[in-house]
Ligand binder design. Structure first.
Ligand code: SF4
Length: 302
């Protein structure tokens, strides 16, 4: 198999990590590079194992996303999905991941098994916390089934769907940019792009769905004016505001990407070879350290 080459790319989550703490960004995208190889240098191996750490809220979000993709794919095959069976599937997935993290199965296969922050750093999740996570999953899944987006999707022809959690890239001014729209399809003269959210609203979500819209313009060849992109907050009932992507939206998010890419590349020792040294990425210790997977190897951790 050809050796993987470290090349510079951009994604919204990469941008958020860089903003949170440049040192965390370095650990994640550079220090951990190659750590999947069994003969990797000890530091890269350790950082790679830490990079794979998730937490119960993130895990719940991932499970709900996979469940919704499963429901949509079932609909595409002409099958019906049941809300309570879907909730039960999510709970079983959570239990499986929780148990494999506790047994530390990730030591043998870090990519294949879950490693939870709660097991590595503590505090150990107590019963009320686990019940809260289970309740959140149930609320999100049931809200999805009753939501206006799902009702609209059921009226569409699955043959015309453009994306169901499809990871793809597009070129933005010479940089490869990642996009994973949770769902997209034409509805009437519009093209809707939905992004399921299992947490609370954040200002960054609007920019993220606009980015998916820009991806849609490039990849699906749709006109920007026809794009209606929205985060779907499942904890708030799963409705959305019918807001189109305006020219100002597109310019603002293009500016954000341009600026973010320039700041990241500015710190590289060798931009051509995508080489970065740790010292050029200063740490921003603060609240973010509490959930940072690299706490155990970061001397600046608070
Ligand atoms: S522990 Fe804190 S300072 Fe260190 S990398 Fe993580 S977020 Fe940054």
């Amino acid at each position: 198999m050809a050796e993987l080459e470290s090349t510079f790319s951009w994604s919204f989550s990469r941008h958020l990590t860089f903003q949170e703490c440049p040192r965390k960004y370095w650990f994640n995208y550079y220090g951990a590079w190659g750590g999947w190889e069994h003969d990797a240098p000890a530091e890269a191996r350790e950082l790679y194992l830490l990079k794979k750490i998730s937490n119960l809220h993130m895990l719940a979000g991932d499970v709900v996303h996979r469940a919704i993709a499963g429901v949509l794919n079932a609909f595409r095959r002409g099958e019906k999905a049941d809300p309570e069976e879907t909730v039960a599937w999510c709970k079983a997935e959570m239990q499986r991941a929780f148990s494999e993290s506790k047994q530390e199965l990730w030591r043998e296969n870090p990519k294949g098994f879950t490693r939870l922050h709660e097991h590595h750093y503590g505090p150990k999740p107590d019963l009320p916390f686990l019940q809260k996570i289970a309740k959140k999953i149930g609320t999100c899944v049931r809200a999805f089934f009753k939501s206006r987006p799902f009702a609209l999707i059921r009226e569409t022809d699955p043959q015309k769907w453009l994306s169901v959690e499809t990871l793809d890239t597009f070129d933005f001014e010479g940089t490869e940019v990642f996009a994973v729209p949770d769902f997209a399809c034409p509805i009437g003269d519009d093209v809707v792009v939905f992004d399921w959210k299992t947490g609370w609203p954040s200002k960054t979500h609007r920019s993220q769905v606009i980015l998916y819209g820009l991806y849609g313009v490039k990849k699906w060849g749709v006109a920007r004016e026809t794009l209606l992109a929205a985060p779907i907050y499942l904890l708030k009932g799963g409705d959305f505001s019918d807001r189109r992507i305006t020219e100002e939206d597109a310019e603002r998010v293009s500016g954000l990407m341009r600026d973010s890419i320039a700041k990241m590349r500015d710190r590289l020792q060798d931009p051509q070879g995508n080489v970065a040294v740790r010292e050029s990425f200063q740490p921003y210790p603060g609240r973010v350290c509490r959930s940072c997977p690299f706490r155990s190897v970061c001397p600046e951790a608070l």
